[in-house]
Write a protein that binds this ligand. Structure first.
Ligand SMILES: NC(=O)C1=CN([C@@H]2O[C@H](COP(=O)(O)OP(=O)(O)OC[C@H]3O[C@@H](n4cnc5c(N)ncnc54)[C@H](OP(=O)(O)O)[C@@H]3O)[C@@H](O)[C@H]2O)C=CC1
Ligand SMILES: O=C(O)CCC(=O)C(=O)O
Length: 450
């Protein structure tokens, strides 16, 4: 890292000492930027890095709601509007007890570069709450979502900030939030939230988009090596919204997810999660509370290994962590490298610790792809939902899918080209960071002091 990058990183560490996840992503992104910072000495004069690491706005608020037994609860809500240089703030909402400012800032910072990479006119944001939807009735989730949006509604809007779902926040939660938003603003401002059900202005394919996009990216990475996705076996963690999309698209293209892990252990299904019955059962399992994957083994007569992850298994071609952050630490990374598997395709936001990522990138036999590129299909179709809402039209599944494919191909290709242009070789991680950074930097420089 050159002196400017090191100084900014040290400053971020001092100012945000209690935010480990946020520091992790800032360090990861900045560590890729040396060539572009060297090529643009004007950035330092304009304090570009100092500005890019600082959110434009952080909103923190109280969320009070009543449970079914009439007991009142208080949660903390967040929205970090990180960078709007490229367009309205865009990014998901996470509901999970682990949520705190560090996690929302890490997700928001990643979102800035991810959204930029899509080439669509959207800035980056993230929000959420430490609310735990597990074990709550529908009515409780609805009351919580209504309370959450009753504060947030004044900070969002179709041209300001358009939240969507993320971990713990799917179509049901977005529906409740959109209903309350509409009640408060008194208008069908569809574009204020994305990930809505199609019957209330949602885009066809948004639920599948992140997983489908990840597989389209994978297809490009395989093509680069003269390989076909057909027949490939995938080991994955997480079988939520994103994991299910991967299973579905992989099956359609003749590949199969043969291992998947949940919080209770992992499943090994050598036949793959490839039939309609199995894919539907994944949806059923996701709707259950607590969400455990063991019942899949009982139903389909395959192996369940309790209380561990499937990283390190040898009889696959591709690993795709799709659960949550820091799922793969250095110990797991060593097992992954020893397995001889070539492709490590991150899907969840920041699923790899920095030291594990560095280690995996050093493995000559491996291809490592970064989540902010691989999982960009979700936010891309969210933006396509905003575009459909603005036109007051619905596009067909074919139209949306074609656009999604094009966006993912472009993200992959631009990362490869930029890394090569800066003499970094086939470095998909640095390439993605530089592509995203450059787009935001250009827009910020063009907009002057802000
Ligand atoms: N939804 C989207 O469109 C996008 C999501 N992402 C990212 O993808 C990841 C998954 O999100 P999504 O599928 O939407 O979330 P979901 O809430 O739908 O599913 C998350 C899945 O991961 C499981 N999980 C959580 N923690 C662990 C763990 N420690 N070990 C194993 N499994 C775990 C969950 O199980 P359980 O619920 O029982 O804990 C669940 O199966 C997140 O990192 C998210 O930020 C990125 C881009 C877009
Ligand atoms: O669809 C969106 O706006 C954001 C999805 C998201 O949260 C993400 O990309 O991590």
């Amino acid at each position: 890292m050159n002196a400017y990058l090191s100084r900014v990183l040290e400053d971020v560490k001092t100012k945000n000492a209690n935010e480990p996840e946020f520091l992790q992503t800032v360090e990861e992104v900045l560590s890729s930027l040396e060539p572009v910072i060297e090529a643009h000495p004007e950035y330092e004069k304009c304090a570009l890095l100092e500005r890019i690491v600082e959110p434009e706005r952080t909103i923190e608020f109280r969320v009070t709601w009543e449970d079914d037994n009439h007991v009142w609860h208080v949660n903390r809500g967040y929205r970090v509007q990180y960078n709007g240089a490229l367009g309205p703030y865009k990014g998901g909402i996470r509901f999970d007890p682990s949520v705190n400012l560090s996690i929302i800032k890490f997700l928001g910072f990643e979102q800035v570069f991810k959204d930029a990479m899509t080439g669509l006119p959207i800035g980056g944001a993230k929000g959420g709450s430490d609310f735990d939807p597990r074990g709550k009735s529908d009515a409780e989730v609805m009351r919580f979502c209504q309370a959450f949006i009753s504060e947030l509604y004044r900070h969002i809007g179709q041209d300001i900030d358009c939240p969507a779902g993320d971990l713990g926040c799917g179509g049901r939660e977005i529906g409740y939030m959109y209903g309350q938003y509409r009640r408060l603003v008194g208008a069908s401002e569809f574009g204020a939230l994305s990930g809505k059900a199609v019957c209330t202005g949602g885009s066809i394919l948004r639920p599948e988009a992140t997983g489908f996009g990840a597989v389209y990216y994978l297809v490009e990475a395989l093509k680069h090596d003269g390989e076909d996705i057909k027949g490939k076996r995938i080991a994955m963690s997480g079988y939520g919204n994103v994991g299910w999309g991967i299973m579905k698209k992989a099956a359609e293209l003749g590949a199969k997810v043969t291992y998947f892990a949940g919080p209770d252990g992992y499943i090994h299904d050598p036949e793959g999660v490839s039939t309609e019955e199995k894919l539907n059962y994944i949806l059923e399992m996701r709707a259950k509370d607590p969400m455990h994957c063991k019942p899949y083994a009982e139903k389909f007569g395959c192996e369940f290994v309790p209380a561990t992850k499937c990283w390190g298994v040898k009889d696959v071609d591709i690993y795709m962590p799709a659960a949550t952050q820091n799922d793969v630490n250095l110990d797991w990374a060593k097992k992954i490298a020893e397995s001889g598997v070539k492709y490590y395709i991150e899907v969840a936001n920041m699923p790899t610790t920095n030291e594990a990522l560095e280690f995996l990138k050093e493995q000559k036999h491996m291809v490592v792809a970064p989540s902010k590129a691989v999982n960009a299909g979700g936010v891309s179709v969210s933006e396509l939902e905003m575009a459909q809402n603005a036109e007051r039209l619905y596009w067909t599944a074919e139209e949306v899918d074609e656009k999604l494919k094009g966006i993912m191909k472009n993200i992959y290709q631009s990362s490869v080209e930029v890394a090569e242009r800066y003499g970094l070789g086939y470095d998909l991680v640095a390439g993605a960071n530089i592509v995203g950074f450059q787009k935001v930097a250009d827009a910020m420089m063009a907009q002057g002091i802000f």
